[in-house]
Design a protein around this ligand. Structure first.
Ligand code: COI
Length: 340
């Protein structure tokens, strides 16, 4: 049965879909393929002493399934999410599904919820894999049991203004997102709660999101609360390196490759905050936001506005990215996984 949804206004919020995937594993053990199953989407039961609730032992991923004009359902580089979860699990001392188990579970979950995948061009089915310490503990240690869970929701544009959306960023110089040696470079659930204070402050000032600086010197640009950042100056594209404090975004990595293939020079290097005020363009990348232009950045009362027209580098890269997903441009790198 077709869900009753206004596909032109899906937005980015939770809509209950049909199934979720659940697989459990004890600490010190390995996830077993036969242990995973699809279940009707429902609340989950947790011991109040679960490691994730008390000590934040948890990871999240974000990925999307798309419906193409020819009826194919595709995923974009699902192995990369699996590998990123493995890195995060290692940092957070958790067992992790293998890449094959992860990708298989994502396929099963997307197919089981396929009636919720928007029509071509109207968005995607957002998949949210979680790895959680669900066993009870009191003394600070690894949880005795772990749950790998995937839920889904249909998703449209992350920002409210749809295709005309852009980020108006506020540079934060009071709060930090990540520190050297911390968890900024993995998709730990603990990276998100603490940015709500600066995000709320920025939103109340009319900004869309916050751009954080490095916590050691507050001199270099690092990341936005929800996505990675790029700048363009004289057709050279630059983005901060992923050396522990910046999330290695899969959209970030793919856009770097697309840009290099199109002949752009892309530098992964430290970007001084002053460089933002000399750049021709800035844009953000992430699974939820995809590739979005930055309209303005404000720092210590100084505001810079960027070009966001259709001739922008951002728009060219976005168009290629979307064309690969839609099958209008050949997938020469094997990024697309067809699942039906
Ligand atoms: C994503 O882009 O998929 C994320 O997980 C970021 C989240 C804040 C929406």
């Amino acid at each position: 049965m077709e869900p009753e949804i206004d596909w032109d206004n899906v937005g980015f919020g939770i809509k209950k879909t049909d199934y979720m995937f659940v697989m459990k594993c004890s600490n010190g053990d390995e996830f077993k393929q036969e242990g995973g199953e699809l279940k009707p989407f429902a609340n989950i039961e947790l011991n109040p002493a679960a490691g994730v609730l008390n000590y934040g032992q948890g990871l999240l991923e974000g990925m999307k399934a798309y419906r193409r004009e020819d009826g194919k359902i595709v995923l974009f580089r699902p192995d990369q999410n699996a590998l990123r979860m493995k890195d995060g699990a290692d940092r957070m001392c958790m067992p992790c599904p293998s890449v094959a188990q992860f990708v298989d579970a994502v396929k099963q979950t997307a197919l089981a919820n396929q009636r919720w995948i928007p029509p071509p061009g109207k968005g995607s089915l957002y998949l949210r894999p979680l790895l959680l310490g669900t066993g009870p503990i009191l003394g600070l240690t690894q949880a005795p049991e772990y749950t790998f869970l995937i839920y889904t929701t249909p998703a449209g544009n992350y920002l409210k203004d749809g295709v005309n959306s852009q980020f108006n960023l506020y540079i934060e110089d009071e709060y930090d997102r990540a520190s050297l040696g911390g968890t900024g470079g993995i998709k730990s659930i603990t990276n998100y709660g603490p940015v709500l204070r600066p995000l709320t402050k920025a939103r109340s000032g009319g900004f869309t999101d916050v751009l954080y600086l490095d916590s050691a010197t507050r001199k270099y640009v690092e990341e936005v609360s929800t996505c990675n950042i790029f700048i363009v100056k004289d057709n050279i594209i630059s983005t901060p390196p992923t050396k522990g404090t910046v999330l290695p975004g899969i959209t970030r990595k793919s856009i770097i490759e697309i840009a290099r293939d199109q002949g752009y020079t892309v530098e992964e290097r430290q970007i001084e905050v002053e460089e933002l005020f000399e750049a021709d363009e800035a844009f953000c990348t992430g699974t939820a936001v995809i590739v979005v232009p930055v309209g303005s950045i404000t720092y210590q009362g100084k505001r810079i506005q960027y070009q966001t027209d259709t001739n922008s580098v951002c728009n060219k890269l976005f168009s290629t990215y979307v064309a690969i997903i839609n099958g209008e441009t050949e997938d020469r790198k094997g990024w697309i996984t067809e699942i039906n």
